[in-house]
Design a protein around this ligand. Structure first.
Ligand SMILES: *[C@@H]1O[C@H](CO)[C@@H](O)[C@H](O)[C@H]1NC(C)=O
Ligand SMILES: *[C@@H]1O[C@H](CO)[C@@H](O)[C@H](O)[C@H]1NC(C)=O
Ligand SMILES: *[C@@H]1O[C@H](CO)[C@@H](O)[C@H](O)[C@H]1NC(C)=O
Ligand SMILES: *[C@@H]1O[C@H](CO)[C@@H](O)[C@H](O)[C@H]1NC(C)=O
Ligand SMILES: *[C@@H]1O[C@H](CO)[C@@H](O)[C@H](O)[C@H]1NC(C)=O
Length: 953
């Protein structure tokens, strides 16, 4: 037999057409028209692959009838609709037909494949089929794949029951009705049945499906099944692979039918509510069990009655997050007998003692995960080398002491070592450099000291993720590590490293994150960094870097996070920054100068802009209004001037605004209330979709899985690799609130919102509309020249915790409604011209001291020492007068006369005294008296007349 497997290309087409003995013909991305013309001489063809062609026209398909020997036809990824079905009917020799990823929809009548009685494998997956009729005509069918359709109407009675030879039926993701499960038992030859993700719920029926005694693989995962496993399950006497994960099954495994399924090899129970006995005694009769995934269930700590000797050797055991509060104490004896384990995951349980014996016993262990298990004591290693080990993750524990120096020789082929977030001390062992396959090394958040061994950066050329942040490491950074060609993530923040960047260096071309914040680096920022085009995050805060920000940084088109704060950078902000898609910029606490001009003017992705504590001058540019997602704007402590631009009001995402300690003048824009100052935005998160590590071992398919059997399980990186969802950099924002300045980090940022305009030269009244900022937590308008009264609308600032209006020229009364502000912790109106009584000492206002009110000479009442009663008489009088003028009603004449007389005399004496002393004022006074005489006369006349009128009526 002559086999020619060719890819048809246009230049060759006529040569190929005459090759009449060809058996297999592959045609991708080619005009179907040419093919139809060419097909007539190919009558010996056995396999025809027309996949990935986007063909939609079925005209001419009947010409395929000359292919009398065709056994396989692959039409994957075309655009055929239901019309294709009848036009294939004449291919009577066909055994395998695939029409997956096409546009078949609605109801399909397979009966129209009337001459295809030899068909053995039919793949109609990834279409939009809702029902299939006429299946009976395909009497030799062995495999039917209907995944990813909408098969609401499919029940066994529409022909499936006639498929006596069907061995494999794939129905995942296809909205099958639960009724299907009640009758599927009639398909007695079935070996594989997969029903993953069909929205099935309720408990599993106790009949109708357990009759499938030939079933070897059953997948019911990702449904909503609940309740106990039905007892009929034990009739599945051939079952090898059972996947029940991601449901809500309950019940203890001790008394479950799983104990009888001794043919089981792969058992997937993760993410249910099963109670798994820690002794595993329910599997004492099993001899074939290889893989047990039980994550996110509950391990029951029942006392182990007798030890039993397991007949099986597990390859994979995963029991993470099973709520065991003392797995270590009761380590199941069955585990002592396991010596063939490849992958073990016991993360998020309480284990306490490092089970080094697991590493000792299982010579072929590949993956060992004990994350967050409260492991204590030293970092223990097995005594003999483990060349099979590829991933060890013991992060988030309390492991103390040094990393054993011989670690490199014990795990020579490790690709992932994560012992971050422990209490490890001592030096980084040089032997780590002997792990030549190391891709991920995370030793961050420990107490390591000393230097980075040079051997490490030379000996591990595949390093991709390298994190040493938050330790006590020191020494000169040589930057020889930048010879690491694959380096993607480098985190050295919060150590004592020193050194300066060399002028040129060979750069890791795929570097995404570079963190060296809070060290003792000095010198200029390296220009070459601008050529690492993959960079997404740069964190170099709190070092001694000096000089200007290189304009080369502007070429970093993927940059999302830049933190150069707390250095000695000077010069202006490069205006080229506007081309970036940057999200978070921290340039605060440097000596940057000059105006903001066009820096960031087009950065529509900007979420955080922190330029505080620099020497910036000029005004806030009006383009600020175009930064639609800006959420944090900090310009504190610069020399900015001019008015606060109304364009700020366009920033609907803004929640933290600090313009304090500048020279801003003019009024507070009344449109300020249009900014919602909501707190719900994800200011702290730095999600990046491109940050995934696709490590060579991140995907892992099960060994020895026969191809004919079912789903090809790919166990994702939770078993082997690690995933990095976001840059490991932290937003830190300093904002003055309450009693001091705090650095807000991480999630807290999401809950913070505030405005600080203090220490400027703002004038005018506080806009009444500011009372609408109902989400705001902090408002500081102190140290300005604001006048007018405190808006009573401020009582609507329901979230406010800190309100500072001190050191202005505010007058009038303190609105008594302010006592409704129940969240208020800090309040100051000191040093204004306020008058009247202080608010009642109720609720939060009972806690404010004198300092909140002092410096207002006309303010009285507690906690001030000035008693209000002295002033009360005058104030009641004027109040009464006002009211009566307004409504023209009765005046209490007695009070009026008495108080009028008293104050008249007091005033008169005062005036006389003054006039006596100062002759110049005397002259002015007489002029004034003349002016006022007339109006006072009419005023009194008016009121007295009204009084008398009322009396006489
Ligand atoms: C199908 O087979 C029948 C005989 O079984 C034959 O008469 C008919 O022509 C065939 N149809 C096609 C389209 O080849
Ligand atoms: C099936 O697809 C055809 C076009 O391919 C469309 O005209 C028809 O409306 C669809 N039918 C259903 C039931 O979606
Ligand atoms: C079970 O599924 C059916 C059909 O999808 C739905 O109507 C019903 O509400 C579900 N029951 C529960 C308890 O979720
Ligand atoms: C299942 O196991 C239990 C005890 O292990 C036994 O009593 C029962 O007969 C078994 N059932 C079947 C069907 O084998
Ligand atoms: C595994 O380790 C345990 C505890 O040290 C020991 O009792 C057991 O014999 C070991 N098993 C094997 C197979 O070496």
């Amino acid at each position: 037999m002559e086999v020619a497997d060719v890819t048809f290309c246009p230049q060759m087409k006529f040569n190929m057409i005459h090759t009449t003995n060809m058996i297999r013909f592959t045609l991708n991305s080619f005009s179907f028209f040419f093919f139809i013309v060419a097909i007539r001489n190919m009558n010996n063809l056995e396999e025809l692959d027309l996949s990935y062609n986007s063909i939609e026209d079925i005209k001419g398909f009947e010409r395929l009838s000359v292919l009398r020997k065709l056994k396989l036809l692959d039409l994957t990824y075309n655009s055929f609709n239901n019309g294709i079905v009848p036009s294939l009917g004449f291919l009577s020799s066909l055994k395998t037909l695939s029409i997956q990823y096409n546009n078949l929809n609605g109801s399909i009548d397979i009966g129209e494949f009337h001459n295809m009685s030899n068909l053995e494998e039919l793949d109609l997956s990834h279409n939009d089929i809702d029902n299939i009729k006429g299946l009976k005509s395909l009497s030799k069918l062995k495999m039917l794949n209907l995944r990813w359709n909408e098969l609401k109407g499919l029940v066994t009675s529409n022909g499936l029951d006639g498929l006596k030879h069907l061995q494999e039926l794939y129905l995942d993701y296809s909205s099958i009705d639960k009724i299907f499960l009640h009758n599927v038992g009639v398909m007695s030859s079935l070996r594989v049945l997969t029903l993953r993700n069909n929205g099935l719920n309720g408990s599993l029926p106790n009949q109708g499906w357990c009759e499938l005694s030939n079933l070897q693989e059953l997948d019911l995962s990702e449904n909503g099944f609940n309740g106990m496993l039905p007892s009929c399950l034990e009739d599945l006497t051939s079952i090898r692979i059972l996947d029940l994960s991601f449901n809500q099954f309950t019940g203890s495994l001790t008394s479950s039918p799983l104990s009888n399924l001794t043919t089981l090899e792969y058992l997937f129970l993760s993410y249910n509510h099963f109670e798994i006995p820690i002794s595993f005694v329910s599997f004492c009769n099993h001899s074939k069990l290889k893989v047990f995934l039980g994550d996110n269930n509950r391990l029951s700590d029942q006392i182990e009655l007798q030890t039993w000797i397991p007949k099986f050797q597990l390859k994979v055991l995963s029991l993470s997050n099973c709520g065991s509060n003392n797995l270590g104490m009761k380590f199941s004896h069955f585990l002592f007998y396991q010596y063939d384990l490849r992958r073990v995951d016991l993360s998020h349980n309480l284990v306490k003692t490092f089970p080094v014996w697991l590493l000792e016993n299982n010579t072929r262990l590949e993956v060992f995960r004990l994350i967050n298990c409260s492991l204590m004591g030293p970092f223990l290693l097995p005594s003999y080398p483990k060349p099979h080990a590829i991933s060890i993750d013991i992060s988030d524990n309390h492991i103390e002491g040094p990393i054993p120096t011989n670690i490199g020789s014990i795990f020579p082929n490790l690709r992932n070592l994560n012992s971050s977030r422990n209490l490890i001390q001592g030096h980084i062992p040089t032997s780590l450099g002997d792990m030549h396959s190391l891709e991920i090394l995370d030793l961050s958040n420990n107490n390591l000291s000393g230097q980075i061994p040079k051997h490490l950066t030379i000996g591990c050329p595949l390093l991709f993720f390298f994190a040493l942040s938050n330790n006590n490491l020191s020494g000169q950074i040589s930057f020889s590590f930048v010879n690491l060609t694959w380096l993607g993530y480098l985190y050295l923040d919060n150590n004592y490293f020193t050194g300066k960047f060399p002028d040129s260096v060979s750069i890791p071309p795929f570097l995404r994150a570079f963190g060296i914040g809070n060290n003792h680096m000095f010198g200029k920022l390296p220009r070459w960094m601008g050529s690492v085009l993959t960079l997404m995050g740069i964190s170099m805060f709190s070092n001694h870097f000096e000089g200007p920000i290189p304009i080369e940084f502007c070429t970093l088109g993927f940059l999302q996070f830049l933190d150069l704060s707390e250095n000695n950078l000077f010069g202006s902000i490069p205006s080229c920054f506007n081309q970036l898609k940057i999200k978070h910029v921290h340039l605060n606490q440097n000596q940057l100068s000059g105006p903001m001009t066009r820096a960031f003017y087009n950065s529509s992705s900007l979420v955080t802009l922190d330029l505080s504590d620099n020497h910036l001058t000029g005004t806030i540019p009006s383009w600020i209004g175009s930064l639609h997602v800006l959420s944090i704007l900090l310009l504190k402590s610069n020399s900015l001037e001019g008015e606060i631009p109304v364009q700020l009001c366009q920033l609907k995402q803004l929640s933290i605004l600090d313009l304090s300690e500048n020279n801003f003048s003019g009024p507070i824009p009344p449109c300020f209330h249009e900014i919602p100052f909501e707190t719900t935005h994800e200011k702290s998160s730095l999600q990046t979709s491109t940050g995934f590590i696709f490590s060579t071992f991140a995907l892992w398919s099960f060994v020895d899985r026969s191809k004919s059997l079912g789903n090809h399980y790919l166990v994702d990186d939770s078993y082997g690799g690690i995933s990095i969802n976001s840059l490991d950099v932290q937003q830190k924002v300093e904002f003055t609130t309450k009693h001091g300045s705090y650095a807000y980090k991480g999630n807290i940022l999401d809950y913070m919102s505030g405005v600080d305009l203090s220490c400027n030269h703002l004038t005018g009244e506080i806009p009444l509309e500011m009372g609408n900022l109902s989400n705001i937590h902090i408002l500081n308008l102190s140290h300005n020249n604001l006048y007018g009264s405190i808006p009573s609308t401020f009582s609507q600032l329901k979230q406010i915790e800190s309100l500072d209006l001190s050191y202005n020229r505010l007058n009038g009364k303190i609105p008594s409604q302010l006592i409704e502000l129940n969240m208020l912790e800090v309040f100051s109106v000191a040093y204004n011209n306020l008058s009247g009584a202080t608010p009642d000492r109720k609720a939060q206002f009972a806690t404010f001291e004198k300092s909140s009110y002092e410096g207002n000479p006309h303010l009285c009442g507690l906690p001030l020492q000035t008693n209000c009663t002295k002033i009360v008489s005058t104030s009641t009088m004027s109040k009464g007068l006002e009211r009566n003028i307004e409504d023209g009603s009765f005046i209490d004449m007695e009070v009026f006369y008495v108080s009028f007389l008293v104050s008249y005399i007091v005033m008169l004496l005062g005036i006389v005294a003054i006039l006596f002393i100062n002759p110049h004022w005397r002259q002015a006074w007489f002029h004034l008296v003349e002016m006022c005489m007339t109006s006072w006369y009419y005023f009194f006349l008016d009121n007295f007349m009204k009084f008398f009128c009322n009396r006489s009526m």
